[in-house]
Design a protein around this ligand. Structure first.
Ligand code: PGA
Ligand code: ZN
Length: 427
């Protein structure tokens, strides 16, 4: 099926900032829409977002990215077979010509690449997850859901970026959401009772009005208990330290705890947290430039804990292979816009799988109503999904899409559950 038409437009993300949407129409009239999300705590090696600069919308407009799609990308892709994702993505990479998609923009590339994918699934008259599964049995992913947002998503009110829960006792996606809904509400009630309720952070997690990073962990455990659930059994804790945001060259400044730590000291602090709290997953425990620290941390806890690479691995197959050779991390965060095309995103996932690493498909802090990542996580059988909190419709749209996928008559063969967590129970 040939591509007939490609249109690019500016839409607005969950922070009210401009972003790129691409619509691909096939010869038979079926179509697909792709939207670029946007990060706030970005890895330095991510595909580059093309932004206009200048005064308008604080420099974040995307007119140059839209022009690139209309003038350069569309003429090359129109007339191509929409089902040939790999060759279309190769054309996008070649057209851009830079190693990090800086010329035409990673935002232009991922919106186009995802639109092509959606258009191919629409032509096949299949839900996207089923189109990607290609007849293989797949499972709904285990969700990581934020309860408190911090770091760059909450004006650095606390240093740690995501305080999340994983419903380790859940037997279905629906079950996981039910438990999380109770924990999220309980956390809000605790904050209100203490006079600490102050709205929500960028991904919908409660605003972290805490005086120490550990106070968030204590409150999270209290919220799980208040919900009538058993911490560490029904519901466990996952953290995204996002430490590249406060650490460089082996020095980490924890503003809230008024401490400057070296790599070893931060490692020790995090290991203590994992001994004190029911933590099953830690993302970016050390900064993207602290490879030795990441290797040491993984060596210390990787047998019993999931160690996730986000800023460090940036959804790059090459970087995943290099990390696996060193023994850094045991799980890869998969963000399509870090890579810039669907094909490169899938290659990173396959590289993780080949290394025996777990995978988590992830949203960004700047999102839209787009639910593509739920289909990628399911259709690629990634095992886990990270979307942000349990509030705000750019997040709920994704959780709700998973409920639809799980409850339709043609549902996937099951739910991943806690068995997909890396390092769990291997003590
Ligand atoms: P970002 O954060 O989308 O703001 O980069 C998400 C994450 O670090 O996982
Ligand atoms: Zn992260």
């Amino acid at each position: 099926m040939k591509i007939k038409q490609i249109q690019a437009r500016r839409i607005w993300d969950s922070r009210g900032r401009p972003t790129v949407e691409v619509e691909v129409v096939n010869d038979d009239g079926t179509l697909g829409i792709g939207i670029a999300p946007a990060g706030a705590s970005m890895g330095t090696r991510e595909a580059v977002e093309l932004r206009d600069g200048g005064a308008r919308f604080k420099g974040l407009d995307v007119q140059a990215a839209l022009r690139g799609i209309e003038r350069e990308i569309a003429p090359v892709l129109i007339g191509r077979d929409v089902t040939q994702q790999a060759s279309i993505d190769a054309a996008l990479i070649a057209l851009d010509g830079t190693p990090n998609k800086a010329r035409l923009g990673g935002n232009a590339a991922i919106a186009t690449s995802l639109a092509v994918l959606h258009a191919a699934a629409a032509h096949a008259r299949l839900p996207l997850w089923r189109y990607l599964a290609q007849g293989r049995p797949v499972q709904l992913p285990l969700p990581q859901i934020q309860i408190f947002g911090g770091g760059a998503h909450a004006g650095r009110r606390v240093d740690v970026q995501d305080f999340m829960v994983i419903a380790t006792g859940a037997t279905s996606f629906t079950d996981a959401l039910e438990m999380t809904a109770e924990v999220y509400r309980s956390a809000g009630e605790i904050m209100a009772a203490r006079g600490q309720l102050a709205g929500v952070a960028d991904e919908g997690g409660w605003w972290p009005s805490f005086s120490r990073n550990e106070e968030a962990l204590d409150t999270l455990v209290a919220a799980i208990e208040r919900a009538g659930l058993v911490p560490g059994e029904d519901v466990s804790i996952a953290l995204d330290i996002a430490s590249s945001e406060f650490g460089h060259a082996g020095r980490y400044k924890l503003a809230l705890d008024n401490a400057e730590l070296d790599s070893d000291a931060l490692c020790e602090k995090l290991v203590r947290w994992t001994e004190k709290y029911p933590i099953v997953s830690i993302e970016d425990p050390l900064a993207e430039d602290d490879e030795a620290g990441l290797v040491a941390f993984t060596r210390a806890v990787g047998h019993r804990l999931q160690v996730v690479g986000d800023d460090y691995l940036v959804t790059s197959a090459e970087r995943v292979r290099a990390a696996a050779a060193l023994g850094a991390c045991n799980c890869v965060l998969i963000k399509p816009n870090q890579a810039g095309t669907v094909t490169e995103t899938h290659a990173a996932l396959e590289a993780a799988r080949a290394a025996g690493y777990a995978t988590i498909v992830s949203a960004r802090s700047g999102e839209t109503e787009d639910v593509a990542i739920v289909h990628l996580a399911t259709g690629w059988n990634a095992g886990q999904l990270k979307v942000g909190s349990f509030a705000r419709s750019e997040r709920m749209a994704k959780w709700n899409e998973a409920v639809r996928i799980e409850t339709r008559p043609d549902a996937p063969s099951g739910f991943a559950g806690k068995a997909v967590l890396a390092g769990r129970g291997k003590e």
